[in-house]
Design a protein around this ligand. Structure first.
Ligand code: CDP
Length: 240
């Protein structure tokens, strides 16, 4: 049995609940949580607000490349214990979750130099292990040697409904369910078909279909893997 801190890589399609699950796992283990999608989203927001993406969604790749090294994305936990994404020091957590950003993010994320830039930052977070990271290529490209890899799936309708409700709860009453569903399908397609590190299940990843599972059931499922293999247990009562 392995002992000590490990890296847990969680990959999967859009809106499968990866980040909610990953946050809970990190908290329950006393690990760091890293949201790789937030980096792609922050870069997309930067590109969008600085004129590198036109109305049709075309990206000015050449000029974006010239300034990418000036982009700093960091994370901060606020007083409520929520993780906030900072772009060059400014809190952009709300802006990066909008449909506008979701509609362009996969086009930004397919650019090879963007992926190298993000990967460099993601790998620097793993100095002491004890890390839970979610994304699309964490188990295949960022940390191919992660001790535990999980590939999350759920039915398309369930995923779209979850994201739709999330947006509604955040006060977005404009975005329709159909728009969310369309965005999800489009991103899944681009993410799985891009040339560089496409979204695919790592050979050694364990699949978790959470279409009809509660978060407690997901944690229970995980503990059945963690305890015998790594002598680790996610304690849900550590939550709140
Ligand atoms: O939360 P959601 O499932 O909507 O997506 P996200 O994790 O916030 O990621 C947003 C987008 O970033 C994805 O649709 C991918 O295009 C890209 N991404 C990626 O290419 N590789 C990652 N490791 C993480 C995200």
């Amino acid at each position: 049995m392995a002992s000590g801190k490990i890296i847990i890589a969680i990959d999967g399609y859009s809106s499968t609940g990866k980040s909610s699950f990953a946050k809970l796992v990190a908290k329950g283990l006393g690990y760091i949580y890293a949201d790789s999608g937030a980096l792609y989203r922050a870069i997309t927001y930067f590109a969008y607000t600085n004129g590198f993406i036109d109305e049709k969604g075309n990206v000015d790749k050449e000029n974006l490349q010239k300034v990418i090294m000036n982009i700093t994305v960091s994370f901060r936990t606020n007083k409520k214990g929520e993780s906030r994404t900072l772009l060059n020091g400014a809190d952009v957590e709300k802006q990066i979750r909008t449909l506008t950003v979701s509609n362009s993010v996969s086009r930004i994320a397919e650019i090879p130099y963007v992926r190298s830039f993000v990967n460099m930052q993601l790998r620097s977070m793993a100095v002491d292990k004890g890390l839970v990271m979610d994304g699309r290529d964490i188990g295949t490209a960022v940390f191919p040697n992660a001790e535990l890899k999980i590939f999350m799936t759920a039915s398309e309708q369930v995923r779209a409904m979850r994201r739709f409700k999330e947006l509604q709860e955040k006060g977005d009453k404009e975005t329709t369910f159909e728009q969310v569903l369309e965005n999800l399908r489009k991103r899944d397609y681009i993410d799985s078909h891009r040339e560089t590190d496409p979204l695919t299940r790592a050979k050694d990843a364990i699949e978790l279909d959470n279409s009809s599972m509660t978060m407690e059931e997901e944690i229970e499922w995980l503990n059945k893997i963690l305890l015998p293999n790594f002598n680790l247990k996610v304690e849900l009562d550590k939550e709140e």
